[in-house]
Design a protein around this ligand. Structure first.
Ligand code: BG6
Length: 482
C-alpha cells in the first residue's frame, strides 16, 4: 500500500482538538496507524510547531481526561505532525503545502472547515498544483442546505475528485453500534428472516440530546433540527434498518441499497404533513437540574421569536414489499430530558395467544447507540414456580459489546472513520446520490410544512418534546419507548 499523508485544514478548530487529533492519537496508541503516516496541521495562526503542539496537547488533555497521552506517548505521536501556517484564501500559502506534499504518497485532504470554504479550498488546491498525485478528500456535513445547494457542493468536488476519492463523513456511521446493526442483521439468520412487515409492527428511531444549540444560534437558526439531524444521521439509521442485504460489504453495494430506501420513502406533502410531522421549539425549563433558557433566549440569539424547529417528530413510510404498512417513527430534539439515541424494533403481537392474560407481550429489540452502547432483546419465558402453572415473565437478553472485545473502551466514531479513509475503504462514508435523494425528501417535507403553516409547538427544556409528538404515535395505538 502507498504511504499516506493526512492534511488537516482547520487544525486549530474545535473539531480538530475535540475529535480528530484525539482519534488519531488513539489509533497511534493502539498501533493501528501506518508507521510512515505524516500529518500536516494547517491553520492560520502565526505560531510555530512547538506552540501548536503544546496548545493541542493542553486542549486534548482537557477533552480526554484519564485517557490523555502520557509524556512518552505524546513524544511518539507529536513526531508525526508538521504545522503549516496558511491563509486558505491566499494562493501563495498553497505553495507551502505543495512543497510539503510528495507525489509518491497518497494525499488525504481533510476539510475541518466551515462548508463555505470547501469550494475555494478545492479550487486553490487545483490551481496551485497540489492535486497532482493520488488524492482523496474527506469532508463533513452539511453538504449543502437543500437539494439545489448540495448539488453545487457535490458538483465542485466532482470537478477535482472522482466519487471513489470523496469521503463524506456522517459520524453516526462510525459508531460501534451502527456497524453492529449490520452484523446483527446480516450475520444472524434468524434475525434477518423475521425482519419485515410479517413480524415487525413498527420501528422507532429517537435521537434526543440534552444540550441546546451550544452557542451556534446564527448557524442553527437558518438550519433547524430537520436539516441538522434528520437529513443525515436519522436518515442513515433508517436506511441501515430498512435496506435489503447488500451483495457485499463494498461501499457501492451498501450505498446502492441505502439509496433504494431513500427513494422508497413516501413523500410528505401538503396532503399528509399535518398527520405526519410535529415541529417543536424549546422554551425555558430545566436541564439536568439547572434552569435552562428558551431557544430565543440562548446566548447569541438575534430575535425574540423564531420559527426554527429544535425538535421534530415524523411518521415515515418506506413504500416497498418488505415494509408495507410498517410505520417508522422518527424523533429528535435539543434540550430534551435525557441524552438517548436508540432504535426500537417493535415486533407484532402473537397471532394466537395460548397463555391468556398478559402473555401477549410482543418482543422488542432495542439497539442503543448512547448512552451505554448495546443491543437488548425482550423475550418472554416461564417464571419458575410450582404455585402458578406456566406463569410468564419478560426477560432481557443483553448483548454486551465489551464481551470478547480487544479493549474495554468503545472507540470513538472518528477512529473507525480515519482508519477506513487511510486504508481507502469507503463503505462507512456517504455517497453523492444518498445525500441528494435525502435532501429531495427533506425539501419536500419542509415545503409542505411551510405551505400548510405547520408551526413550531413550544416544549419545556428538559421534557420529551411537545404533547403533539405523543399524539402523533398514540393515535396509532402505540407509544414512544422512552
Ligand atoms: C452533529 C449536529 O452533526 O451531531 C449537532 O450538528 C449534534 O447539532 C451532534 O449535537 C450529535 O452528535 P452525537 O454523536 O453527540 O449524537
Amino acid at each position: 500500500m502507498q504511504p499516506v499523508d493526512l492534511i488537516i485544514f482547520g487544525a486549530s478548530g474545535d473539531l480538530s482538538a475535540r475529535k480528530l487529533f484525539p482519534a488519531l492519537f488513539q489509533l497511534d496508541r493502539a498501533g493501528l496507524l501506518p508507521l510512515d503516516l505524516r500529518i500536516a496541521a494547517i491553520a492560520r495562526d502565526t505560531i510555530d510547531l512547538d506552540q501548536f503542539l503544546s496548545g493541542l496537547r493542553e486542549r486534548m488533555t482537557g477533552y480526554m481526561g484519564d485517557s490523555a497521552p502520557t509524556d512518552k506517548e505524546w513524544e511518539k505521536y507529536a513526531r508525526l505532525i508538521s504545522y503549516i501556517k496558511a491563509d486558505f484564501s491566499d494562493p501563495k500559502d498553497y505553495q507551502k503545502m505543495k512543497d510539503w506534499l510528495d507525489d509518491n504518497r497518497v494525499s488525504l485532504f481533510y476539510l475541518a472547515t466551515p462548508p463555505s470554504l470547501f469550494a475555494p479550498i478545492c479550487d486553490y488546491l487545483s490551481q496551485e498544483n497540489c492535486l497532482t498525485g493520488d488524492c482523496r478528500i474527506v469532508l463533513e456535513k452539511p453538504i449543502g442546505e437543500s437539494l439545489e445547494t448540495s448539488k453545487v457542493v457535490n458538483g465542485t468536488l466532482a470537478k477535482y475528485f472522482d466519487e471513489a476519492s470523496i469521503y463524506r463523513i456522517d459520524h453516526y456511521l462510525g459508531k460501534e453500534t451502527v456497524q453492529n446493526l449490520l452484523a446483527l442483521r446480516f450475520a444472524n439468520r434468524f434475525i434477518n428472516s423475521q425482519w419485515d412487515q410479517s413480524c415487525i409492527d413498527h420501528v422507532q428511531i429517537t435521537v434526543a440530546e440534552v444540550v441546546g444549540i451550544e452557542g451556534r444560534w446564527s448557524y442553527y437558526d437558518k438550519v433547524g433540527q430537520l436539516r441538522d439531524m434528520v437529513q443525515n444521521h436519522l436518515m442513515q439509521l433508517l436506511c441501515l434498518v430498512a435496506m435489503e442485504p447488500p451483495n457485499s460489504l463494498e461501499a457501492e453495494s451498501i450505498r446502492d441499497e441505502k439509496v433504494k430506501i431513500v427513494k422508497a420513502l413516501r413523500c410528505i406533502d401538503a396532503s399528509n404533513v399535518d398527520e405526519h410531522v410535529v415541529r417543536g421549539q424549546y422554551a425555558q425549563g430545566w436541564s439536568l437540574g439547572n434552569p435552562a433558557p428558551g431557544y430565543t433566549e440562548e446566548p447569541g440569539s438575534e430575535r425574540d421569536t423564531s420559527d426554527t424547529e429544535t425538535f421534530v417528530a415524523i411518521k415515515a413510510h418506506v413504500d416497498n414489499w418488505r415494509w408495507s404498512g410498517v410505520p417508522f417513527y422518527l424523533r429528535t430534539g435539543k434540550r430534551m430530558a435525557e441524552k438517548v439515541t436508540e432504535i426500537i424494533i417493535q415486533y407484532k403481537e402473537l397471532p394466537h395467544n395460548i397463555f391468556g392474560g398478559g402473555a401477549n407481550l410482543p418482543n422488542k429489540l432495542i439497539i442503543r447507540l448512547q448512552p451505554n452502547e448495546g443491543i437488548e432483546m425482550t423475550m418472554v419465558s416461564k417464571r419458575q414456580s410450582l404455585k402458578e402453572k406456566l406463569a410468564l415473565q419478560t426477560h432481557t437478553l443483553n448483548l454486551d459489546f465489551r464481551d470478547g472485545s480487544d479493549d474495554d473502551r468503545i472507540p470513538d466514531a472518528y477512529e473507525r472513520l480515519f482508519l477506513d479513509a487511510i486504508n481507502g475503504d469507503q463503505s462507512l462514508f456517504v455517497g453523492r446520490e444518498e445525500i441528494e435523494e435525502s435532501w429531495r425528501w427533506c425539501d419536500g417535507l419542509l415545503r409542505a410544512c411551510q405551505d400548510q403553516g405547520v408551526s413550531v409547538k413550544p416544549y419545556h427544556a428538559g421534557s420529551w418534546g411537545p404533547a403533539k409528538a405523543e399524539i402523533l404515535i398514540e393515535k396509532d395505538g402505540r407509544s414512544w419507548h422512552v
